[in-house]
Design a protein around this ligand. Sequence first.
Ligand SMILES: [Zn+2]
Length: 275
Amino acid sequence: MLLQEYEQLACNPKQATKFINRFCWPNYQRFCPKCKSRKVAKLSADKRKCLRCNFTFTNFTHRYLGIIRVEATTWLRIIKLFEMEVKPDEMAYQLKLSYNTLRKAITAMRLAILANSLDGPYLIKHFSLNELLKQKKIQITPHPIFGLIEEKGQVFIDFLPDMDINNFIHLKLNFLLPSKKIGQVIYTAPVKQYLSLMLYDQNITKTYKLNHKAQYIPLDKNKNFWPFAKQRLSSFRTTNSLNFLLYCKELEFRYNFKRKDFFIRLLKYLTTFYC
Ligand SMILES: [Zn+2]
């Protein structure tokens, strides 16, 4: 969505609410998020009560958007600033939101993006990622390893469930797999069908005395995804594999939908139910 269309929406609270609700209830028919019954009673403009299970819900209940309570216009602004890659502290300042609230919104956006990626549903189940929506701190183990595939202008950063840190160390030490590092992110020469393996260095380099000073990595010659990702990864700061996992899926999404329907697509993802 271009800035002009977005501006018309973001300055009109009624229109913004209507716009988002259209994604929440595509057939204009509300149903209970818990038991899916369509028999609901209106309690207020936003609130409904299920006549079957008595569950009270709003338009955003059980949806990623529901992680914070803000006006529809604020959500549209958050999505637009996220699309424009504005830094979180600057976003919080511009939107007059607390940094904590803004972080929650970013977590919801990253989770919604992940949930809608090819291996997203598996990842959410495997690492119990939806606990993040309950403000719980989680640690993901074993540390995930990703394989990078680029095909017809689209990129896929696949989680490799059959590969763990021990396999990686085996490849490094016994097969001398060339690798390099950007910050704490390790990337390698091609392995099987993957252009590169990628993982977050959670102390494995130190523990196993690994070397990441390869002279040449074919991925560095890539003229499509890698320059896009490399620039962003060099300013990406995190201290754990979980944020790396979320960021990988964000990068995949940003690349595949840059200058396409980023805004609408992300809004659509945010209005989906999480389970
Ligand atoms: Zn119900």
